[in-house]
Design a binder for this molecule. Structure first.
Ligand SMILES: Nc1ncnc2c1ncn2[C@@H]1O[C@H](COP(=O)(O)OP(=O)(O)O)[C@@H](O)[C@H]1O
Ligand SMILES: O=C(OP(=O)(O)O)[C@H](O)COP(=O)(O)O
Length: 395
């Protein structure tokens, strides 16, 4: 992949696709890890006199402006971290964006509003996406792909714009790929992958291919309940992908055939509601009351998972084991994190919320071999898939 050093950027408008999808509580950024990870590329371009136009998504506003998903708070934090103003455009490719970009001097930085306010960004229709990509590309002369967490998305800003403008990979993307290569090129075994989180439909898709690569697959978090339901158990109001039960049964059979240890929770914290102060109790995973929902793995599962990670030589973990944002349901995530910190394996944790959880729980970041900014992106890379945002930079 071409690097940004191969561009003469002085005085030129450079569009940087970053992943600034940070967790927010109201308008407050609760973890700025992805903003910090994006700094080196932006700083490099600033120092070399580029006019830097940063674009990114936040959440999933589905093609229209939704105020709670505005990138404005991110512009403020980016400005603090860079130590210079960041001009914020109120729209993505409209009048405000055009004026903001035109107003940039050499070494100055702008951030466009949330790309996903525009339906063209993630449209499945190539023509619709292409039209939007053309308008985005028109704001700049060069493109830098540095949003590693979004490189698995065939979106306009990730996949189509680099076909229009001269393009390069940013330092974050290059560094992330370097680490993940170590996991795909002959990982030391036993190789374990831990999956959790809430993006169940997205991440169930990676399991079929991972079963051919790993020795152990530990499933917790919101992912686990579709498996438990597939085995015929009641999961109450827990997160469930009801249309995937047959697929998941197929995974269970496939794991068995291949000799992959697929581990599910044996107990869960079953809560009366989705709230930080909801009453809860630890119950067997096979007997979740119909009026309860599983918000964390239980104590016996924590021990089981820790034991299965203790002698692994390579571990990739994506997705919290529970709703770690609520203290009462953060214990499972903490237990897995601590097991990885104690282990001597090559350990990679990936994903916006997983990385935020590690930091938010006060755990040492240097206890892991690598903390990746991408969850879904890393998983799809580990599957061996061609990622649209990387392929576009290679072309
Ligand atoms: N049992 C559960 N029920 C509902 N949500 C859950 C559960 N376990 C984890 N989560 C949620 O999953 C979210 C993170 O999922 P995801 O976005 O897939 O992870 P990442 O950003 O690390 O890739 C967190 O907000 C967490 O609260
Ligand atoms: O948060 C992200 O992915 P992750 O939760 O898998 O780490 C990325 O910003 C991609 O977001 P998306 O899953 O809404 O496309």
């Amino acid at each position: 992949m071409r690097t940004i050093d191969s561009f003469d950027v002085k005085g030129r408008r450079v569009l940087v696709r970053a992943d600034l999808n940070v967790p927010l509580d109201g308008g407050t950024i609760t973890d700025d890890g992805r903003i910090r990870a994006s700094l080196p590329t932006i700083q490099n371009l600033v120092e070399r006199g580029a006019r830097v136009v940063v674009c990114a998504h936040l959440g999933r506003p589905k093609g229209k402006p939704v105020p709670e998903f505005s990138l404005r708070p991110v512009a403020g934090r980016l400005s603090e971290l860079l130590g210079q103003p960041v001009a914020f455009a109120e729209d993505v490719v409209g009048k405000s964006a055009q004026e903001t970009v035109e107003g940039l001097g050499d070494g100055q930085v702008a951030l466009l509003e949330n790309l996903r306010y525009e339906a063209g960004e993630d449209s499945k229709d190539d023509a619709v996406r292409g039209e939007f990509a053309g308008r985005l590309a028109a704001l700049a002369e060069l493109y830098v792909g540095d949003g590693f967490g979004a490189v698995h998305r065939r979106h306009a800003s990730v996949y189509d714009v680099p076909k229009i403008l001269p393009s390069a990979a940013g330092g974050l993307v290059l560094a992330e790929v370097e680490v993940l290569k170590r996991l795909t090129d002959q990982p030391e075994r036993p190789y374990a992958v831990v999956l959790g989180g809430a993006k169940v439909s997205d991440k169930l898709g990676v399991i079929a291919n991972l079963l051919g690569k790993v020795d152990r697959l530990l499933v917790g978090g919101g992912m686990a309940y579709t498996f438990l339901a597939a085995q015929g158990h009641e999961v109450g109001g827990s997160l469930l992908q009801a249309d995937q039960l047959d697929t998941v049964r197929g995974f269970l059979e496939e794991a068995d055939k291949r000799g992959v240890e697929l581990l599910l929770p044996v107990d869960v914290l079953a809560a009366e509601g989705f709230a930080s102060d909801a009453a809860f109790e630890a119950v067997d995973a096979t007997s979740i009351p119909a009026d309860r929902q599983g918000l964390d793995i239980g104590p016996r599962t924590r021990e089981l998972f820790a034991a299965k990670l203790a002698d692994a030589r390579t571990v990739f973990w994506n997705g919290p084991m529970g709703v770690f944002e609520f203290e009462a349901f953060s214990g499972g995530t903490r237990a897995v994190a601590e097991a990885l910190i104690e282990s001597e394996a090559y350990t990679v944790v990936g994903g916006g919320d997983s990385a935020a959880a590690v930091r938010g729980l006060g755990l040492p970041e240097d206890g892991f071999s690598h903390i990746s900014t991408g969850g879904g992106a890393s998983l799809e890379y580990l599957e061996g898939k061609t990622l649209p945002g990387l392929a576009a930079l290679e072309a």
